[in-house]
Design a protein around this ligand. Sequence first.
Ligand code: GLU
Length: 466
Amino acid sequence: MSDLRVRFAPSPTGYLHVGGARTALFNWLLARKQGGTFILRIEDTDVERSTRESVDAILQGMEWLGLDWDEGPFYQSDSFPLYREYVQRLLAEGKAYRCYCSAAELEARRELAMREGRKPKYDGTCRDRSDHPDAPSVVRFRTPQGGEVAFNDLIKGRIAFPAEELDDLIIQRTDGTPTYNFCVVIDDATMKITTVIRGDDHVNNTPRQIQLYQALGFPVPEFAHVPMILGSDKARLSKRHGATSVMAYRDMGFLPEALINYLVRLGWSHGDDEIFSREEMIQRFDIGSVGRSAGVFNPDKLLWLNAHYIKAGDPERLADLLMPHLTRRGVVISNGPVLATVVKTLQERAQTLEEMAERALFYYQAPQGYDETALAKFDGDHLAKVFQVVAEKLSTTQAGTATEFDAIFKDICAENAWKMPQVGQPLRIALSGGTQAPGIGEIVETLGREESVRRIRVLSNVIAGV
Ligand code: GLU
């Protein structure tokens, strides 16, 4: 074990977004690489917007992606007494003060500053007051003045903010609840986080947080701000560009390893390598080589990776993952072929499990209709002959494997002076309803001879008008 301690700290106000998942992944990879500790913290202090459903969705997304955490989930809402304690400490040390300015007063001063062309900033009215009026108050941090607050971001390099831009931050509201930046600092400090990896929408919070660490006498962690993910139009990735929820990708038939592989490569590279197993990712990942610029989400590349992982996947596992996609389509597999066998015939061609489920339907449901255009390419007599010859042959043979069936079809072609597509296509249509199907031998092996003959006779009768 190393001393490295990192955390993923989502706010449960929605599902797990692919951007959040990538931040979680980078944290997880670093922890696994260095033998550190990965902590999951739910930032639910915004009680209005936080929901239990969202927490569940985030946990589900993390689990689906295989991003296991070592400690937590911790909930900020369980730590209010802790935050209050630290507010009291800052007050006692004179590093924070009570501010009695009302919202209306602050608004009026803000407007005046704007009119006079000054930056609206808390003017310090209550900074040095010694009376304690019996009136509602917030607690403000006495922000150190002068100089600059700087840090070396592990991704973006040195970032500095002039201290004068940072006004006296409210750390506790009138109702006694702590504010966001304060909670984050107390948690990161008490959880002994050594490296904060988060989205770069938080860069502006970092100098304020650093000042709080210093005021409280906590060591300041390292920071790594991960660039945003953009859509193809270079705007921040949003629903407008397609699905952004991790679980939506599961439902669309993506494998978790494909999404993980896609996300790690988005803004990080290791030579020209595209495919990374989990172990390779852990070995090679380096937070310092995450790119500084935002990555553009490319659905085609994700699809390509998914097809790769489907092709290379273990049929038994794929069958388990495929099951919900079939159930959603009302398919009952108990009376049909073993699902893993079906998967083997479809792995080469399906880019997603949704597509695989569509292609698997015919194995469990005999065709309800046929591709008329494809059928029309053959004349009726030819079709009748093919179906008759094949049905007869399949009824009498002892053959059982795809190779043996393919050999039979080859013989039939030779005996009748037919070319393979003249037999293959009509058979595909009879067996599956269309022409987009696996090899004929594979289909017959998977469906079984009896069911194959039955389906051939059904179409034969349809054509004969019986
Ligand atoms: N809760 C914040 C968010 O969901 C993350 C804060 C942090 O990582 O410091 O964006």
